[in-house]
Design a protein around this ligand. Structure first.
Ligand code: UDP
Length: 347
C-alpha cells in the first residue's frame, strides 16, 4: 500500500493510542510513536506488530521535556500531523495530585504546539472528553451543548487544552485542529493482541467487570441504583475502542485533505446510545456466559447521572460511524482479560 505519510502518535502505547496506531497502519499511514511508558509498557509495540505485521518507530520521550521533543522532531522530518494522546487520565488521582495533572497535560500540549510550526507541522488531532459537558440538560449532547465547569483537575486540563488549541488557531491561520470528544471507550482489539492495561484496582467500569468475572476482584460495586434513570443506575455511551481508533484516521484524512474551511473543528465520538451500568452487566453475562457478582453500593461522588452522544456531526463530516455491537465489544473485553490471565500464569 502507498505510504500516505508519517503521523506522530504521542501516547501511542496507551489504550486508545495503540488501537489508533493499528488503524493508521491499516489505512496506509506510517505511525511514529512516542510515549514515556508512564501508564503503558513497551510490549504493546509487539502486539501492534502481531496485528499489522508492521513495527512502528518507537521512542521513549516525555512530551513535558521540550528539549527531547525538539531533538525528536530534528531527527524525524516530514511528519504530516500529530495525534496527541499522551496525558494522565485518572479523575480521582487528579484531585489528589492536581499539579502533576496540570504539568503533564498542559505543558506537553504547549511544547508540541510551540515545536510544530518550527518543523512545518500544521495539523493536530486532540483527545478530548465528554467530561467537558458535565451533566447536560438536554440529551443527547451535541457539540453545541454548553461546556460546564469542570469537576476535577483532569476535566479542567481537557477544557484548558481545548481553549489553548482554539487560541492557537486564532494566532496561526495555518494550524488545523480537530478536537475529538470521546464518550466511554471500552473493549479491545478482536485479536486480543492489544487492550486496556489498568494499573492496580481499576477505576473504570469495564476493567472492573472483566476482573470480577475473572475472579480477581470479589464483587463489582454498582455505584447507585437510585438515579432518575429507567433501572436507577447511571447511563453512559460506551464506544468500541477500534471504532474510536478509526475515527482518528478519518480526522487525519480530513485535516490532510483540507476538507474543511474551518481551522478548528470538534466532534463527539460515541454510539448515540445510552446504556446503564446494570445493562452492561447483563449484556456482558449474556455475551460471554460468565457471571459478574455485583452489589449495589452508594453513589460515587462526582458521577454524572446520564450522558450520551449525538454523533451525527461526526457521521456526516468525518464519514465515520460506530459500528461494533455492544455484545461483540464486551466479548472482546473478556477475550483480552483471558489473554492477560494466561500471560500472567506463564510469568
Ligand atoms: N461504575 C460502577 N462501578 C465501578 C466503576 C464504575 O458502578 O466499579 C459506574 C460509574 O458510577 C459510572 C459508570 O460505571 O456510572 C462508568 O464509570 P467509568 O468510571 O467507567 O466512566 P465515567 O464515570 O468517567 O463515565
Amino acid at each position: 500500500m502507498a505510504n500516505k505519510g508519517k503521523i506522530l502518535v504521542t501516547g501511542g502505547t496507551g489504550y486508545i493510542g495503540s488501537h489508533t496506531v493499528v488503524e493508521l497502519f491499516n489505512a496506509g499511514y506510517e505511525p511514529v510513536v512516542i510515549d514515556n511508558l508512564s501508564n503503558s509498557n513497551i510490549g504493546v509495540i509487539d502486539g501492534i506488530k502481531a496485528i499489522t505485521g508492521s513495527l512502528p518507530v518507537f521512542e521513549n520521550i516525555d512530551c513535558k521535556d521540550y528539549n527531547s521533543l525538539e531533538r525528536f522532531f530534528e531527527k524525524h522530518s516530514d511528519i504530516k500531523a500529530v495525534i496527541h494522546f499522551a496525558a494522565s487520565k485518572a479523575v480521582g488521582e487528579s484531585v489528589e495530585q492536581p499539579l502533576v495533572y496540570y504539568r503533564n497535560n498542559i505543558v506537553s500540549l504547549i511544547n508540541l504546539l510551540q515545536l510544530m510550526p518550527k518543523f512545518g507541522i500544521n495539523n493536530i488531532v486532540f483527545s478530548s472528553s465528554c467530561t467537558v459537558y458535565g451533566q447536560p440538560e438536554i440529551l443527547p449532547v451535541t457539540e453545541q451543548s454548553p461546556i460546564q465547569p469542570a469537576t476535577s483537575p483532569y476535566g479542567s486540563t481537557k477544557q484548558m487544552s481545548e481553549t489553548i488549541l482554539r487560541d492557537a488557531t486564532v494566532a496561526d491561520k495555518n494550524l488545523s485542529v480537530v478536537l475529538l470528544r470521546y464518550f466511554n471507550p471500552i473493549g479491545a482489539h478482536p485479536s486480543a493482541e492489544i487492550g486496556e492495561l489498568p494499573n492496580g484496582v481499576p477505576n473504570n467500569l469495564l476493567p472492573y467487570v472483566t476482573q470480577t468475572a475473572a475472579g480477581i476482584r470479589k464483587m463489582l460495586r454498582v455505584f447507585g441504583d437510585d438515579y432518575n434513570t429507567p433501572d436507577g443506575s447511571c447511563i453512559r455511551d460506551y464506544i468500541n475502542v477500534v471504532d474510536l481508533a478509526k475515527a482518528h484516521v478519518c480526522a487525519i484524512n480530513r485535516v490532510l485533505e483540507k476538507k474543511s474551511k474551518k481551522n478548528i473543528e470538534v466532534f463527539n465520538l460515541g454510539t448515540g446510545n445510552g446504556v446503564s451500568v446494570l445493562e452492561i452487566i447483563n449484556t456482558f453475562e449474556k455475551a460471554t456466559g460468565v457471571k459478574v457478582p455485583y452489589e449495589i453500593a452508594p453513589r460515587r461522588a462526582g458521577d454524572i447521572e446520564q450522558v450520551w452522544a449525538d454523533a451525527s456531526l461526526a457521521n456526516k463530516e468525518l464519514g465515520w460511524k460506530a459500528e461494533e455491537t455492544l455484545e461483540n465489544t464486551l466479548k472482546s473485553a473478556w477475550k483480552w482479560q483471558e489473554k492477560l490471565m494466561a500471560k500472567n500464569k506463564e510469568e
